[in-house]
Design a binder for this molecule. Structure first.
Ligand code: HSE
Length: 412
């Protein structure tokens, strides 16, 4: 059986490198003596590259070659990655991908086609980079009813927030550094606005709760509005700001799902996750909390997850790997504004006495926060627990101060 790679960027070239470097071991584990890379589909040329001779420009070459049994899709983006994946599955080839955009939007459909064609569609690398998370949820935790999942799912934003927290670096400088290190998506908007984390929580929710969750159903907020003042207040409160993707099963069978910055307490297992590392907490009814931690982005960690899927398929080429879930639905994801939450709020006022009095009369008992170097007229506090729609209603009624920041507080 031969392997083809579509997309020779950061991850695709890592996959080729790993297949070559650990060839003997990979062949032994997959029990496929001929498991070699045959084609690399890529629009660019790579003169002098060790795999230069494998580069092709025409997708049909892969599609029509019956020797190619496994296609690795590391192109990124929706099109033509989705169309090529569908064509490969329909042609009876298994597909392995790191492309969370395609899985999050089309996972239900592609898994159904894979099932019909008796092949596999695997995507361990789509969430958490090198962290094993898809297979553990699908297999190792299979006996559990999963109640909740929450995690730091984006390495770029965690890297940026860590630099802001530890070095008081500005958001722009930290983003530039993350791009130089190759962590950020081609368009960093997907990272900093939370879309990448949204796709990942969609995949994790679909897998954990058994019905497809689509990105447009998940309320998503990024980290672009986080200010160093918020970072400082979070520290004095005793925690840190993290971009958290989360999903929870409700008693009525629906779920809530959201991506947003959140304050996590210092003792939380998520608070100490720094730099490009990711951590995913899975709350099972039998296991309680299980946390998966590791490098969530980068060439070789992500390639490691892709190649593990290739080995898995090659090792059991006569039996497809079973990942499946049902389609979602318009009313499957409940309104996030009904979620109970406490929040951190930072305000600016011209009249501190009046503003504090108004906050007390609207929000009741709150926890005031202080920081060194607070600006004139600035104040911040932690609210009690209430439905988010009620919190928003109270903020709208506040007339003697302007709300500059609103960050939810988690209990993970
Ligand atoms: N841009 C993504 C991240 C890459 O920073 O986490 C891994 O999915």
């Amino acid at each position: 059986m031969k392997v083809a790679i579509m997309g020779y960027g950061v991850v695709g070239s890592g996959v080729a490198e790993l297949l070559n470097k650990n060839r003997a071991n990979i062949i032994k584990k997959s029990t496929q003596p001929g498991l070699d890379l045959k084609y690399i589909l890529e629009v660019k040329d790579f003169p002098g590259d060790p795999n230069e001779g494998l580069i092709i420009k025409d997708f049909e070459t892969i599609l029509n070659d019956s020797e190619v049994g496994i296609v690795v899709e590391t192109m990124g983006g929706m099109s033509p990655a989705y169309e090529y994946t569908l064509a490969c599955l329909k042609a009876g080839k298994s597909v392995v991908t790191s492309n969370k955009e395609v899985v999050a939007a089309k996972g239900y459909e592609l898994l159904k086609v894979a099932d019909q064609m008796n092949v596999s569609y695997l995507f361990e690398a789509s969430v958490g980079g090198g962290i094993p998370i898809i297979r553990p949820i699908n297999q190792c935790l299979a006996a559990n009813e999963i109640k909740e999942i929450a995690g730091i799912l984006n390495g770029t934003t965690n890297f940026i927030l860590t630099r802001m927290i530890n070095d008081a670096m500005s958001f722009d400088d930290a983003l530039k550094l993350a791009q130089e290190k190759g962590y950020a998506e081609k368009d960093p908007t997907a990272d900093v606005e939370g879309h990448d984390a949204c796709r990942k929580i969609c995949i994790l929710s679909s897998l954990s709760f058994g019905r497809h969750v689509y990105p447009e159903q998940v309320y998503t907020e990024g980290i672009t509005k986080i200010d160093l003042a918020d970072v400082e207040y979070a520290r004095t409160w005793g925690g840190a700001i993290k971009l958290i993707g989360r999903a929870k099963k409700l008693d009525d069978g629906r779920i809530t799902a959201m991506v947003s910055p959140a304050l996590v307490e210092g003792h939380s297992q998520l608070a100490g996750v720094e730099g490009v590392f990711n951590a995913i907490l899975v709350r099972g009814d039998a296991t309680g909390d299980v946390v998966f931690y590791g490098r969530g982005a980068g060439k070789m960690p992500t390639a490691s997850a892709v190649v593990a899927d290739v080995i898995d398929i090659a090792g059991q080429c006569n039996s497809k790997k079973l990942i499946a879930w049902e389609d979602g639905g318009d009313d499957y994801v409940a309104d996030y504004k009904l979620t109970q939450t406490a929040a951190y709020i930072r305000c600016q006022t011209q009249n501190m006495v009046a503003a504090l009095k108004e906050v007390e009369s609207l929000f009741g008992q709150t926890q005031p926060l202080t920081r060194q170097d607070a600006l004139e007229g600035e104040f911040a506090f932690i609210t009690g627990l209430m439905a988010e729609k009620d919190l928003v209603g109270l903020m709208e009624r506040l007339t003697s101060a302007e709300v500059l920041s609103f960050i939810r507080i988690t209990d993970y």
